[in-house]
Structures are given as C-alpha cells and as structure tokens.
Write a protein that binds this ligand. Structure first.
Ligand SMILES: [Zn+2]
Length: 332
C-alpha cells in the first residue's frame, strides 16, 4: 500500500537543518539537496555566481541547498530534474510538452528552497529579521496551502480540475540576448521566472491559473513570436504585477481516501463571493514594477508614464497587436 500521508512542517513550524524539507524525516546536516539542480549549475556555469537572499545576505548558487533525505533526493528530486533537463534541452517546445504539473513541481521546489532557507534562518533565535515572513499569519497561511500542493512531488496527487499555478512559456530572440541564464523570484507574491537559453518560463504560484486566464490575451498575442529581452521584461512586469494585486488564497481539500487508493485527489475552492480576486490596477504601481524590470535599459518611470492612459509598451501597439522588435533603439 502506498503511504498517502502528507507532511506539514507548518503545523509545528518545523523548519530546521535536521528535517527533510519534503517528508520531515530527521536527518543530519550533511543531507542536503541543491535548490538549483547541478545540471542547471553546470550548464550555465552558475556554481560561483552570487545570489542575494531576502535578508540581504549573499550566497552562491552552489551554496544554496536545502535539507533533504536521501530517499526524497533519489526518488523524487533527481527524476524530476532529469525530466526537466531533457525537456529544456529541446527549448520552448520541450518545455511545452512537459506535463504542467511537473513544471509546477520543479519551479515550486526552487521557490520553496528560497522560502525554507528564509524560514530556517528566522527560526534561529539570534536572527532578528527586519521583516519576518514567519510572523505574518496571512503569508503563513499562503505558504501552508502552497506546501500542501507541493507535496505532489512526493505523494501521488491528482488536481481535480485545476493547476495550482499559472505558467507562461516564452521564446526569446537571441539577437540582443546577452544573458544565457536569468532567474527571479518574489517570496511574498509567489512569482517566479527563469530563463534558460532561448526559453523563458514565467510563473505565479498558488493562483489556480487565474492570472494565466486574466492575461490570456496578452499571452496569445506573443504566441509564435520570439521576444526581444526587453519584451520579456515587460511580460514579466505584467505577470508579476498581476500577482502583486492578486488577493485571494485558494483552499485545497483532500477527498476521503479509501484503503485501495494509490493517489490523493484534491479539490479547490476560491472564495470570490466575499473577496475580490484582484485589487484595483494602479497605473503608478504598475509603472514601478515595469521600471524595475527595465533597469538594464535605464528606462525611468516618467518615460513609462508619458501617456498616462497608455503606459510605454514594447510588446503591444496601440491596437494591442504584437509589436515585432529585433533591436532596441534608445529613444532620446
Ligand atoms: Zn525526505
């Protein structure tokens, strides 16, 4: 019989270097798994690249590891990484062919890796973070829901009629693309993006695909096009901003388990009667987000909001059609 018991570290806030992040088993401090898989580190020479953590401390891609037992490492993480590695080698097409649930688990593991690193630090009585995510009950509730669906990495699970995230897979034009690898995550809004060669994935976790539907038209417009890196930056700004104003937390329910069951079935509910799904869109807040993403091109907010009704866009023309772009020419 398959053990379908879920682990919940949030119940007793069990965040330590001696509990496997995925099953909770007691382990020694040597048992760890990289947040960014070794194949990814080798392929893009990330080992010694620096990473800034939430508490502003600096680590490197190879140093960022999470507590993980051998069983979870061998049975669940390595096969997933092998699958994604193979798919990623085929670029956008390969990633699109992967079951979306696998991509969710893959991104979810990296996101949770950053999160759990933060939670373990905050559990240290000597650390007094400026903003402790573990002390925000709403955030904790969100993380806990997310962890429940992330358990699908270990416990066979079927999501009845939803995917616990929004996924966007985009092709990047190599002409002016100087960064073979790029990665970004925002712990509180649960947004994530990763670019591997010419394939970029932008993802918002725990929104049950609502942001993907909300931005469906924009996504459709980009279909079949290779994006200039500045266009990808704008796409990311739109998705990350949508995650920022997304204001509901889905609830997940496990259907009663019968002894012969070999997997769990999860249903979901979003309370959109007493809650608005999105907070109102505020142009200046969006412009901030876009300015942040456009940093490499030094485009400032004033330029973005030159026409306050129609913010600067590299993706869409006035009729909301795709604006082809091979090279970026700085407007003077
Ligand atoms: Zn484990």
């Amino acid at each position: 019989m398959i053990d379908l018991t879920l682990y919940d570290p949030f119940e007793r806030m069990q965040f330590s270097d001696t509990n496997c992040f995925l099953c909770g088993t007691i382990i020694t401090q040597e048992h760890r798994a990289p947040v960014f898989a070794e194949w990814l580190q080798y392929k893009y020479s990330l080992q010694n690249k620096e990473l800034l953590l939430l508490d502003k401390s600096v680590t490197t891609f190879s140093q960022l590891t999470i507590p993980c037992c051998d069983r979870c490492h061998t049975h669940y993480l390595l096969p997933l990484e092998a699958e994604v590695e193979q798919a990623a080698a085929k670029g956008v097409e390969g990633l699109q062919a992967l079951p979306p649930q696998r991509l969710f688990q893959w991104i979810g593991k990296m996101y949770y890796g950053s999160l759990v690193t933060e939670l373990i630090k905050e559990a240290n009585p000597l650390v007094m973070p400026e903003y402790a995510v573990s002390e925000d009950p709403k955030m904790l509730g969100k993380f806990r829901s997310f962890y429940q669906v992330l358990q699908s990495l270990r416990v066979p699970m079927v999501f009845s009629d939803f995917l616990p995230c929004s996924l966007f897979i985009l092709e990047v034009d190599p002409t002016e693309d100087e960064l073979p690898f790029e990665y970004q995550d925002e712990l509180t809004t649960m947004s994530f993006s990763i670019k591997m060669g010419s394939a970029a994935i932008v993802c918002t976790l725990l929104d049950n695909g609502i942001i993907r539907r909300a931005l469906g038209k924009l996504y459709q417009v980009t279909e079949g096009h290779s994006l200039h890196p500045i266009q990808l930056a704008e796409f990311k700004a739109r998705v990350f901003y949508a995650a920022y104003i997304f204001s509901v937390v889905p609830e997940y329910f496990i259907r009663p388990v019968k002894p012969e069951d070999d997997h769990l079935v999860l249903d979901t509910l979003i309370d959109d009667v007493t809650n608005e799904i999105f907070n109102p869109w505020e142009m200046t807040a969006y412009a901030h987000m876009l300015e942040e993403m456009l940093k490499p091109w030094s485009i400032r907010e004033a330029e973005i909001l030159q026409n306050p009704k129609q913010p600067l866009s590299f993706l869409l023309d006035e009729e909301n059609n795709f604006k082809p772009m091979e090279r970026y020419l700085k407007q003077v």
